[in-house]
Design a protein around this ligand. Structure first.
Ligand SMILES: Nc1ncnc2c1ncn2[C@@H]1O[C@H](COP(=O)(O)OP(=O)(O)OP(=O)(O)O)[C@@H](O)[C@H]1O
Ligand SMILES: N[C@@H](CCO)C(=O)O
Length: 316
């Protein structure tokens, strides 16, 4: 159960009054999620989600609010922050930063098919097209420099047989660094996993959890997304899902030659990012009753990505 800060009805009513959304019918803590306290809130004026920000990059909340405004204006289904009567998006409840967002319809898909993957590729391209002309700058706090810094110390706790895999992957990142930094950029979701996307049938109805969003190479966002949506249980990419996702993306944005060349390496880099962050999370959360995601899943994906099993549908 991930409600870290329980709320009383009367304090919630006081908080909600300035939004002018009518009477509170009911509210309920959301069990999923590991970072923040989230509540479904049912008001006369509709269905909403209240987030109390418990940890993470609190100073960057204005960035997330601005980015979600841009995406909402571009007609993407995202949980933008509602304003109260004074125009305030970021408020405070139970001494925590608090945001009220529309509740998006739909549910998560754990076993996606090519239709789901095509929707996700299409959505990701729209995100990149909506932001690449005027990128809102925010370096990722889990970027390449972070991987190169954290990798060697995390390696100390790995079994010997896993070391060459990580060492080679970090050496590859170091060697490619200058080229990676010249790839075309936009704002990235940077965590577009299945548990952050909502569907009704095969229709994508919303994308949530922008707390990893940043500025950076679009190809990196695509690699993160493909690794989660298109991998088979053994690790290699499923050709039909991969083709569907990349095909839908590339009908909206053509890849550059440099992107096509760096694609296999980018798939590996995206594995390193989550292998390392899951190793850290597993260590930090040991013994707590929060969902701990298995770091080995990304070690296996990284192993599988040593063979280039997907090419970008390349066009200039
Ligand atoms: N705007 C929204 N509309 C519908 N459902 C939402 C919305 N925001 C959150 N949810 C639901 O709440 C759950 C938890 O939200 P979220 O994944 O953002 O949790 P978190 O703790 O903030 O982040 P993390 O994924 O890092 O644990 C989601 O899985 C989703 O089911
Ligand atoms: N999507 C991440 C967790 C949140 O950043 C993972 O699966 O490791």
């Amino acid at each position: 159960m991930s409600v870290f800060t329980p709320l009383e009805q009367h304090e919630l009513e006081t908080f909600l009054a300035p939004y002018g959304l009518g009477r509170l019918h009911e509210f309920q803590g959301i069990a999923a999620g590991t970072e923040n306290s989230n509540f479904f809130v049912s008001l006369e004026g509709g269905e909403f989600v209240l987030t109390l920000v418990e940890r993470g990059p609190v100073d960057d909340l204005p960035f997330f609010i601005e980015l979600l405004d841009v995406l909402h204006q571009a007609d993407l289904a995202v949980p933008y922050a509602l304003r109260d009567r004074d125009g305030m998006a970021l408020r405070s409840l139970a001494e925590k930063p608090a945001l009220l967002q529309p509740r998006l319809p739909g549910s998560h898909v754990s076993e996606p098919n090519p239709h789901h993957c095509a929707e996700v590729g299409d959505w990701l391209a729209q995100l990149h097209l909506a932001t690449r002309e005027r990128v809102l700058e925010r370096p990722s706090d889990r970027g390449l420099a972070w991987m190169l810094e954290q990798g060697p110390s995390l390696a100390l706790s790995l079994p010997d047989e896993q070391l060459p895999l990580l060492r080679d992957a970090l050496a590859e990142i170091q060697a490619l660094l200058p080229r990676l930094q010249t790839l075309p950029r936009a704002n990235l979701h940077a965590d577009l996993f299945r548990d952050n996307v909502l569907f009704e049938g095969t229709h994508l109805t919303g994308v949530i959890d922008f707390y990893n969003a940043c500025s950076g190479p679009m190809l990196y966002d695509l690699a993160i997304t493909v690794n989660d949506w298109c991998s088979t249980p053994d690790g290699p990419l499923d050709p039909a899902r991969t083709q569907a996702l990349l095909g839908a993306y590339s009908t909206q944005r053509h890849f550059t030659p440099a992107e096509a060349e760096l694609w296999p390496a980018m798939l590996r880099i995206a594995c390193v990012r989550f292998w390392l962050s899951r190793l850290i999370a597993a260590e930090e959360n040991a013994g707590r009753t929060v969902l701990i995601k298995n770091p080995d899943e990304f070690r296996c994906l990284l192993e599988a990505r040593q063979q280039a099993d997907s090419a970008l549908p390349f066009a200039l």
